[in-house]
Design a protein around this ligand. Structure first.
Ligand SMILES: [Zn+2]
Length: 166
């Protein structure tokens, strides 16, 4: 017990908000790095809406923006590769100019398979991720993302994230 306390004393408390991706890498030799999609959906959709209500889309968007900035992508291609590796979905970049980026997400992590559709777009977190990443790709500019099609929200074939870069 005394030994355990000695170990605890050496830990300097930190703010979880300051953790970088490198600090968050899982060490789960037998369980592996992935979790079931349904776990994400319960937290992201059921719990967040239960706690935050109508504030959820705005908060989820901001959560996504933070993640997008943390990725540190330098190019759209790099972002595409990172999001594919994170299994956000099957990505299809249809517009890629310095003023606008449109990214379709098939097999969306958050919503594909939700039936019947909810009746409104629900993947604001994904929109935030793209917008946040675009602000690191285009330093000094602002990006605003909006989900205009949504599989589990509106019954569309893909979730379409449309970003303007200002
Ligand atoms: Zn969606």
């Amino acid at each position: 017990m005394a030994q355990q306390n000695d170990v605890l004393k050496k830990i300097t408390p930190r703010n979880p908000a300051d953790l970088a991706l490198a600090n968050l890498m899982p060490r789960r030799p037998t369980m592996g790095p992935d979790v079931p999609v349904v776990l994400w959906r319960v937290l992201r959709l059921v719990s967040l809406h239960d706690i935050l209500g109508d504030e959820t889309p705005a908060i989820a968007y901001l959560m996504g923006k933070r993640l997008g900035a943390m990725l540190g992508a330098k190019t759209i291609e790099e972002l595409h590769e990172q999001l594919t590796r994170m299994k956000i979905g099957r990505l299809d970049l249809s517009v890629n100019t310095p003023d606008a980026v449109h990214l379709a997400i098939g097999e969306c992590l958050t919503c594909d398979g939700i039936t019947p559709p909810i009746g409104r777009a629900i993947c604001q977190l994904e929109a935030g991720v793209i917008a946040g990443a675009l602000e690191t790709i285009y330093p000094g500019r602002k990006a605003a993302g909006e989900e205009t099609k949504c599989i589990g929200g509106l019954g569309d074939d893909v979730c379409l994230i449309e970003c303007r870069i200002i």
